[in-house]
Write a protein that binds this ligand. Structure first.
Ligand code: SAH
Length: 364
């Protein structure tokens, strides 16, 4: 490891932010030794905030129907070979019921931008989940919607919203998406979600086509400035029926390195070891935890549709990966010195606010 690299990592650990130029340098210089150093510092940070706890979320993929045409995504509109499905409200609730029994206390509803899920329909689903499982959090990941829509869903009980910004570089955004999609609208959504009061998650793919150390540096600055409660990053993996079918996948090593950078920037961030990470490497999610991640999101969708929500080739979704195999996951997490907990797993920042509010109310 070069002296400069060590200097930058130490500066990041102390000051929690670097300039865009410094981030770029850090990425260009990163080697194995640097990755080891940063992973150990990031693990220490994770332990300082969360001890040995790893949070789980049950991921319910509610629709593979999407009006968008993102160049990287397997369920893009123009992929006429994609098998489309949409879960009914009953199916979603029954998945959550199964998840509850398995120990999940957060349900993530994710899907393509499917016009069937109007505010009324989605609010109804959120409200019934909250009524049936009042001790659980509901996270939505349903793409770009209007501010009014986000507000209605929040009022119906949704706690968190995941919307990856995908890239913080406008030009790069334009090379990952068709012209009908807008960088400004994506950013508008994130600001609205934050204003409304959600715990918000942004994020990006590592190794997406046209990504450079410069664009990653912008992503990191954006994350450092926006300070999301959650941050989802995973390697880009090509899908055979997309314009990016011949592009290469993002690397395990760079993803791990960036997980550590993000943990050092935002010690209390909810940081998942993603399914994509587990897809590029069999032990990817455990390695993610050792790089600073503290969340895993096993698949809780009905087995009959799992293969159909195919964002990229060879997505792991059955066997040991699935929510049903919580026992396997527990063992894997134990093997890296952590513990899977039965907990909503809110952002510590929000937990603090809730407690303060309770105290103040008590005094009044
Ligand atoms: N429609 C929702 C959910 C999208 S799927 C939304 O717009 O937020 C969730 C995430 O999967 C995307 O944000 C994207 O970053 C990631 N993804 C999509 N295609 C991928 C691919 N080929 N490889 C890796 N990740 C991918």
């Amino acid at each position: 490891m070069q002296e400069r690299e060590k200097e930058l990592i130490e500066k990041l650990a102390e000051e929690r932010l670097l300039t865009e130029e410094e981030f770029e340098q850090l990425i260009v210089l990163s080697d194995e030794e640097a990755r080891e150093l940063i992973a150990s510092l990031a693990t220490k940070q994770r332990q300082a905030v969360f001890q040995d706890a790893i949070y789980t979320r049950g991921l319910i993929e509610i629709s593979s129907i999407c009006k968008n045409n993102c160049y990287y995504c397997g369920i893009r509109r123009d992929n006429c070979l994609a098998e489309r499905y949409r879960l009914t409200q009953e199916e979603i609730i029954s998945c959550a019921g199964e998840g509850y029994e398995l120990g999940f206390r957060t349900f993530v509803l994710q899907g393509g931008e499917d016009a069937f899920f109007t505010d009324d329909v989605l609010c109804d689903i959120v409200a019934s989940l909250k009524e049936l499982y009042p001790d659980c959090a509901v996270t939505l990941s349903m793409g770009e919607r209007s501010r009014d829509s986000y507000k209605a869903l929040f009022d119906a009980g949704a706690d968190r919203y995941l919307l990856r910004h995908e890239t913080a570089d406008r030009k790069h955004y334009g090379s990952l998406h068709p012209a009908e999609m807008s960088f400004d609208n994506r950013m508008r959504c994130l600001r609205d979600l934050r204003d409304i009061g959600y715990q918000v998650g942004c994020g990006f793919m590592v190794g997406s086509p046209y990504q450079t150390p410069g664009t990653i540096a912008k992503d990191l600055r954006f994350i450092g400035d926006f300070r999301p409660e959650m941050c989802g990053i995973g390697p880009f993996i090509p899908h055979r029926n997309t314009p990016f079918k011949d592009e290469s996948a993002g690397s395990l090593e760079m993803t791990l390195f960036l997980l550590s950078v993000i943990r050092l920037m935002l010690p209390d961030v909810l940081l998942p070891a993603t399914t994509a990470l587990g897809t590029v490497d069999h032990g990817g999610r455990e390695k993610g935890i050792l790089a600073g991640a503290n969340v895993v999101m096993p698949n809780l969708s009905p087995v009959s549709v799992r293969k159909k929500y195919e964002l990229y080739d060879n997505k792991i979704c059955t066997g040991e990966e699935s929510a049903q195999c919580r026992g396997c996951l527990e063992e894997r997490v134990k093997a890296v010195g952590c513990r899977l907990v039965v907990d909503r797993g809110d952002s510590p920042r929000v937990r603090k606010t809730i407690t303060e509010e309770k105290c103040n109310n008590g005094k009044i």
